[in-house]
Design a protein around this ligand. Structure first.
Ligand code: ATP
Ligand code: MG
Length: 395
């Protein structure tokens, strides 16, 4: 069975494509894919901004992202028709900006100084995802770029990105916080009575664990943010809706490994349940063999024979055959995983991207990756279409 081909070239050249979101499990190549697609889009004449999240240092440097200023910077790309802008998300700065924009300077200062806010804005799980959405909303609102490519945070699960706005909204005006802080808000005993004995015990335990000071911090933070709740939720909902509008496409990235493909699988299901448009699956860091004419078994057997026959160069030839055998075995395993994904999701288009010899950390590397992502489907050395790692078995 073969997956449909993914046409990323048409996607990025299509003027009606306004947002491309690259999602996937941790470490699969989301940031690299985002940057490579952005460069390819600029080369295709578009004015593009890529919102990167925690890019590797060397990649950031080659994009000119040495300072964290939380605003897009133009990347020097001589000879390119369009424009490439890049930025690195500063989660805390983005959060601070939202607070500033929605409260009086006094109130904002009060919030900034709150230890609970400081923890929430710099380390709360989900804050990064929420702020990535927030930044995306801001970039989209300026209408300065005709294409925005969004990298997503290094979460364990790709779904975190989609869940974050809701979770954050729920958290900020959440029942949990209200209940926890109820005693403090209602001035002690009175509040307790309202929520019942079971909760009082629970609350006392939490209070022991977290400490009274933290609960008071949370409480005053919640009061200070009270006026902003509507704002937060509305914004989260608006950004979420933006992701469902025509002009937005998701690219799911995975490596040919069971965990990464399982995540990709969840994500694909979720997108389709939400009616969000999926461009397809980028299967990154595959290991296609140099030739598909010789199977692993035959290469192994040939290596044995060569060694037995002996003579000059026998060791070298046997070594080369063994390397090929290993590569074939690996490619076969990768193809099997890809097939499993495709039989569960036959409608999802696939693009394989071979592992480069080293890290992808400069514009040249991104250009090579961009060509792998957007080049013709069937111009591989072995003629295997780029939907696959090994040719389909004839049946
Ligand atoms: N096709 C490729 N060939 C070789 N190296 C690659 C390829 N794709 C990505 N890499 C390398 O793999 C590493 C991880 O890639 P990247 O940072 O893009 O992953 P990520 O999904 O963004 O990770 P995280 O979840 O941590 O954000 C980087 O060092 C990158 O250079
Ligand atoms: Mg990344």
């Amino acid at each position: 069975m073969s997956a449909p081909a993914m046409d990323l070239r048409s996607l990025i050249e299509d003027r009606s494509t306004r947002i491309v979101v690259c999602c996937g499990a941790g470490g699969v190549g989301k940031t690299t894919t985002s940057a490579a697609l952005a460069l390819a889009a600029a080369e295709a004449g578009r004015t593009v901004v890529v919102l990167t999240i925690d890019p590797a240092r060397r990649l950031a440097q080659s994009l000119g992202l040495v300072e964290l200023d939380n605003e897009p910077r133009r990347v020097e790309t001589p000879g390119v028709d369009g424009q490439l802008h890049a930025m690195m998300l500063d989660m805390k700065r983005t959060f601070d900006d939202v607070v500033s924009a929605h409260s009086s300077p006094d109130r904002a200062q009060q919030i900034f100084e709150n230890p609970f806010y400081q923890a929430l804005s710099s380390s709360f799980a989900g804050t990064q995802e929420y702020m990535a959405m927030e930044k995306l909303g801001q970039l989209r609102a300026t209408d300065q770029w005709d294409l925005i490519i969004v990298d997503t945070p290094p979460s364990r699960s790709a779904l975190d990105f989609l869940d974050a706005p809701n979770r954050m909204g729920r958290f900020l005006d959440g029942t949990m916080i209200r209940l926890l802080t109820a005693p403090a808000r209602a001035g002690g005993r009175m509040g307790m009575r309202v929520v019942g004995a079971g909760f009082t015990v629970f609350s006392r335990i939490i209070s022991k664990i977290l400490g009274g000071q933290l609960l008071r911090d949370i409480s005053s933070f919640v009061s200070a943010l009270d006026t902003m709740f509507g704002g937060f939720r509305e914004r989260a909902t608006a950004t979420y809706e933006m992701l469902r509008m025509p002009g937005t496409s998701f690219v799911v990235v995975a490596t040919p490994e069971p965990d990464a493909l399982r995540e990709a699988s969840y994500f694909v299901d979720r997108l389709s349940a939400e009616g969000m448009p999926l461009a397809g699956l980028v299967l990154n860091r595959t290991h296609p063999p140099a030739t598909t004419a010789l199977s692993a078994t035959r290469a192994e057997a040939a290596a044995e024979e060569v060694l037995e026959a002996g003579g000059k160069g026998a060791k070298l030839a046997a070594g080369a055959l063994r390397v090929h055998a290993e590569r074939m075995t690996q490619a076969t395993r990768e193809q099997r995983l890809a097939d499993r994904f495709s039989s569960a999701h036959p409608e999802v288009a696939v693009r394989t991207v071979p592992a480069a010899a080293g890290d992808v950390h400069d514009l040249d590397g991104l250009r090579v990756m961009g060509a792998e992502l957007t080049g013709p489907d069937d111009d591989t050395p072995t003629g295997t279409p780029r939907t696959r790692i090994l040719p389909a078995r004839r049946s």
